[in-house]
Write a protein that binds this ligand. Structure first.
Ligand SMILES: Cc1cc2nc3c(=O)[nH]c(=O)nc-3n(C[C@H](O)[C@H](O)[C@H](O)COP(=O)(O)OP(=O)(O)OC[C@H]3O[C@@H](n4cnc5c(N)ncnc54)[C@H](O)[C@@H]3O)c2cc1C
Length: 470
């Protein structure tokens, strides 16, 4: 007989849910983790990891195009899409199997099926064969159901010509002409991948800016690379509908400045964001607040308005990022196990894995102004950094925003090589309430890209050495 009573039930096995289940089990809480599709969630199956595998390959291709000046001749670079997909799928399999194994080896139980709350302490699970199993949670239920792709009216997915990110990471052919609807993080990351593999790229963005919310100076550098590589970027542009052409391609009708134009495409990637999956799982029936968009609001302990029902990850609110989901998973687990824990972080770093990468933590100079703070910015360009020159990646800069009164670092914004790795130092600086002087006085090994953080911090307090102080 299958076990039917647990201390805690986690609904969803993504980076929020599986981390929560592992931590609960480690803390001695008898835990069941229910997953409808595959452990690892969006992140491991078709989000963070698969996209980054393809992005890494795109970097190799780009590198091969620009290395002749260094005296390295590379010829005959080609992309074997089938092999690449097999390689990428191998990574996914290893990771998803690994996390399922970790839940179990820590003492948790996994169940494959779709869960729905039918009482404050009860979940009904529809198993893969259609049968139902009812399980009870004595202490808590954690909703970690994540998010799903938003569809645009008129561009319903057909899985071939009109696709979302899920299909885009598994294409078996490089589209000759790719139209990306949405100039946000996912659209630009995946658009640039296929651009490097040879697609003629058009980005259609409804607002007047790519990567809304990101430091505009950083965005400019990415946009310059995009267009230098031949992409057409249509801003303030609305994708209205598409027409099928006799040769199997489509014409996308786009309105820009009140005028309609046709953009020809073999594949259209719709990347306008993700919507939380808080509806249809029994929450509202139990009095749990679910907002209009489908988010499930929580307090600092990750608990919803109904005692004993928790929500974490994408479903609980922005930013929709894997590391935020996992951290909330740990917090919820510790609270349920009776430990002191809470959402007490200072900052959540964000990364855009475009080429070059953008990574940010904390606030921008403009946001500092809005908050009534007086801030000074120190900016250090990679073009004058020895390490950046020696790896042939001199595009971009590090910008440190410093509070002039306290000297505290308020934000760090990086566009350039390995920005995704460099930003962790920035996150630590903000979490530890470091001053720009702390960063500037910390000896950074030479020659490294990390020296750019030290120099930018020094520049923000007028003490830069390797460039003129302003
Ligand atoms: C293309 C792409 C690239 C991305 N890249 C990054 C990146 O580089 N870095 C980053 O931080 N974030 C990235 N993200 C976002 C990241 O994937 C999400 O923030 C993260 O996966 C959220 O984790 P989660 O556990 O909240 O939800 P999810 O990963 O969505 O997992 C939820 C799980 O719950 C399951 N589920 C849903 N409903 C039920 C139910 N009723 N019963 C049982 N199971 C259910 C789902 O099947 C799913 O497995 C990317 C997203 C996409 C689409």
């Amino acid at each position: 007989m299958a076990e039917t009573e647990y201390d805690a039930i986690v609904l969803g096995g993504g980076p929020g849910g599986y981390v929560c289940a592992i931590r609960l089990a480690q803390l001695g809480v008898k835990t069941l983790c229910v997953e409808e599709e595959e452990f690892g969630g969006v992140c491991l199956n078709w989000g963070c990891i698969p996209s980054k595998a393809l992005i890494a390959n795109a970097h190799f291709v780009e590198k091969s195009k620009h290395i002749a000046d260094h005296g390295i001749a590379v010829s005959g670079v080609s992309v074997d899409v089938g092999k690449m997909q097999t390689w990428k799928n191998g990574i996914i399999k290893k990771l998803t199997g690994g996390v399922r194994g970790l839940v179990k080896s820590n003492g948790g139980t996994t169940l494959d099926g779709r869960g729905k709350l039918i009482a404050n302490d009860t979940v009904e699970v529809t198993l893969k064969d259609g049968s139902k199993q009812v399980v009870k949670a004595k202490k808590a239920i954690v909703v970690a159901t994540g998010s799903a792709t938003i569809q645009v009216p008129g561009f319903e997915f057909d899985g071939k010509k009109i696709i979302g990110a899920r299909e885009a990471v598994s294409l078996q052919q490089i589209p000759k002409r790719l139209v990306v609807i949405g100039g946000g993080v996912i659209g630009l990351e995946l658009g640039m991948v296929y651009q490097s593999f040879g697609s003629q790229l058009t980005v259609v963005e409804m607002t007047n800016n790519l990567l809304p919310g990101i430091d505009p100076d950083c965005v400019k550098v990415v946009e310059k690379t995009l267009t230098k590589r031949g992409a057409t970027v249509l801003k303030g542009a609305r994708a209205e509908k598409y027409e099928n052409n006799p040769d199997g391609s489509v014409s996308v009708i786009v309105t820009v400045d009140g005028k309609q134009q046709k953009v020809e495409a073999d594949v259209v990637l719709v990347a306008v964001g993700m919507k939380p999956r808080g509806k249809g799982i029994g929450l509202e029936e139990l009095g749990v607040t679910v907002d209009q968009r489908g988010f499930v609001p929580t307090n600092e302990y990750c608990e919803t308005n109904v005692k004993g029902i928790f929500a974490i990850g994408d479903v609980s609110g922005a930013p929709m990022l894997a590391h935020k989901a996992s951290k909330e998973g740990e917090v919820a687990a510790e609270v349920i196990a009776g430990h002191h824990a809470g959402k007490d972080w200072v900052t959540i770093p964000g990364i855009v894995f475009t080429d070059p990468e953008v990574a940010t933590v904390g606030i921008t100079e403009a946001q500092a102004k809005e908050q009534g703070l007086t801030a000074k910015t120190g900016k250090f360009p990679f073009s004058v950094l020895g390490r950046a020159m020696s790896i042939g990646e001199t595009e971009g800069f590090v910008k440190v925003v410093t509070d002039t009164k306290s000297g505290r670092v308020l934000g760090i914004h990086i566009v350039g090589p390995n920005a995704s790795d460099l930003i962790s130092e920035g996150a630590l600086a903000l979490e530890t309430v470091a001053t720009a002087e702390d960063l500037a006085l910390t000896i950074h090994p030479h020659p490294t890209l990390g020296e750019s953080l030290m120099e930018a911090a020094a520049a923000s307090i007028g003490k830069a050495v390797h460039m003129m102080n302003r």
